[in-house]
Design a protein around this ligand. Structure first.
Ligand code: NAD
Length: 488
């Protein structure tokens, strides 16, 4: 194994973090971690049991009071130090992420920087949690508002952004004064464990953050929902699991934040700058090999430029080198596992069998690893799985449309509502369309919307709540109103 890979793997913790101790799972079970570019097992981490999860919540609950009472400046400093440590160790963290998740090193580096930024942003928010004091309209009473931490949180994260999805929750939770049990995805536990170690080195007190890695997420987390000490669920992942967990959270009326799946429309009007649109399409489609909740899933292009756009996108996509993310120049890594690749294969095959024209790609290359060729399809019939399902792969189906209303009806014709992309040089149209799109975010002549200082999140089946920006910390705060009788 090349030294840089061995160093990154050696540095990563593989035990559970519970109450400030790195512990094996009870019963000693281990969870194998695979490199999706080779299919080889590269590490084994502790495979937590429900008892381990209970111990993690016990630790989080025990640490809650002291952490909530810790001076905001101190909470801020811990987050700031964690930001600095992540930045100093960016190279090892990026390598670790590429090994366990597959994305090219350049993208892993970008994610580490993005992830660290959530610690920096929320270190700045920790000291700005404001209250309010008002004279009630009648003049006699006073209204006092205070913001207090929600309490112990369960944070569940997906594999596609193993570092950023963890820091986007940990940053605001810790800034607000909440403690946490973090449960990363079973495919990518190493990045989360490495970040947890950084937090402990940054001075986070024992028990404030606990990490359980497990191959049985349902079985291990279900008892936590019945434990009266848990106060909040923040989940990022599929709509299916999110809605199941929302039902579980309803039993004890937990606060919930849900960042779920997407089915982003990418709309190109005939007046758009086509160079910018193709460049943005590459970013919106191909970041993370299409395995992003924000990935452009459906391309709607106005008829006069539809053919040219599809051909240019196809030419650009077919030039992207596919391979193991550790290799220089590789732009497209493998998909996460055999199941995900199988889903992409069947979606493309179904569209092709119903008459879609494959302009480029359209197959899985032979050999080890879960690779799929960058693929563009034109003349795609309506109603195929590619238009209704979150593809989560490097596949771009292109449809053409005639007028704004048709594009909007198609874009909004989905149960999802995370993000949409719009390319136009007409300012009036840009605002009209942005207002009419049923999504939590809109990329206007931009293929990437993620920004730690902006509220990230969806509407409809894409979720509830926002992460990042000023809104992010509100998810971890309760508003308390104190009614004051004026007796003086
Ligand atoms: P997933 O729903 O399968 O898993 C997400 C997490 O939930 C993992 O940690 C998994 O172990 C856990 N989980 C699964 N079943 C569970 C259960 N019964 N109880 C408790 N936890 C359970 O999703 P995934 O395949 O890891 O991630 C891909 C999905 O995440 C896509 O749909 C993508 O759009 C979505 N996503 C959304 C955002 C966003 O911000 N909206 C960001 C990234 C990913």
């Amino acid at each position: 194994m090349p030294p840089a890979e061995a160093r990154a793997l050696d540095a990563a913790p593989t035990a559970l973090l519970i109450g400030g101790e790195w512990l094996p799972a009870r019963g000693g079970r281990l969870l194998p971690v695979e490199d999706p570019a080779t299919g080889q097992v590269v590490a084994e981490v502790a495979d937590a049991s429900p008892e381990d999860a209970a111990a993690a919540l016990e630790a989080a609950a025990g640490a809650q009071g002291a952490w909530a009472a810790t001076a905001p400046r101190r909470r801020s400093e811990v987050l700031w130090t964690a930001y600095e440590l992540m930045t100093a160790r960016a190279e090892d963290l990026a390598m670790l992420m590429t090994i366990e998740m597959g994305k090219p090193l350049a993208e892993s580096r970008a994610e580490v920087a993005y992830a660290a930024e959530f610690f920096r942003w929320f270190s700045e928010e920790a000291v700005r949690i404001a209250g309010d004091y008002r004279v009630a309209p009648g003049g006699a009473n006073r209204v006092l508002l205070m913001r207090q931490p929600v309490g112990p949180c369960l944070l569940v994260t997906p594999w596609n952004f193993p570092a950023a999805m963890a820091t986007r929750k940990l940053g605001p939770a810790l800034a607000a004064g909440c403690t946490a049990v973090l449960k990363p995805a079973e495919q990518t536990p190493l990045s989360a464990l490495a970040i947890a170690r950084i937090l402990t080195e940054a001075g986070l007190p024992r028990g404030v953050v606990n990490v359980i890695t497990t191959s049985s997420p349902g079985e291990v987390t279900a008892p936590l929902f019945r434990d009266r000490r848990l106060r909040k669920l923040s989940f990022t992942g599929s709509t299916e699991v999110g809605s199941h967990l929302m039902a579980a959270a309803s039993e004890r009326v937990l606060r919930v934040s849900l960042e779920l799946g997407g089915n982003a429309p990418f709309i190109v009007f005939a007046d758009a700058d086509l160079d910018t649109a193709v460049e943005g399409a590459l970013l919106a489609k191909m970041r993370n090999a299409g395995e992003a909740c924000t990935a452009a899933n459906r391309f709607y292009v106005q008829a006069p430029v539809a053919r040219e756009f599809a051909e240019r996108l196809s030419a650009a996509m077919s030039k992207l080198p596919v391979g193991r993310g550790t290799e220089p120049d590789v732009k497209v890594g493998p998909l996460i596992d055999a199941a995900q690749r199988g889903k992409v294969v069947s979606l493309v095959d179904e569209a092709a069998s119903r008459g879609a024209r494959i302009l480029s790609g359209g197959a899985a290359p032979a050999g080890p690893g879960y690779f799929y060729q960058p693929t563009v399809l034109a003349d795609v019939p309506d109603g195929v799985g590619l238009s209704t399902t979150e593809i989560f792969g490097p596949v771009a189906p292109v449809w053409s449309f005639e007028c704004d209303e048709e594009a909007l009806a198609a874009a909004n014709g989905t149960d999802y509502g995370l993000v949409s992309y719009v390319y136009t040089r007409d300012l009036g149209r840009a605002f009209r369309v942005a207002e009419a799109l049923e999504t939590g975010m809109v990329g206007l002549n931009r293929g990437i919307v993620s920004d730690p200082s902006a509220p990230f999140g969806g509407v409809k089946g894409s979720g509830i709540g926002r992460e990042g920006g000023e809104a992010g910390i509100e998810e971890y705060l309760e508003l308390k109103y104190v009614a004051i009788d004026k007796t003086w």
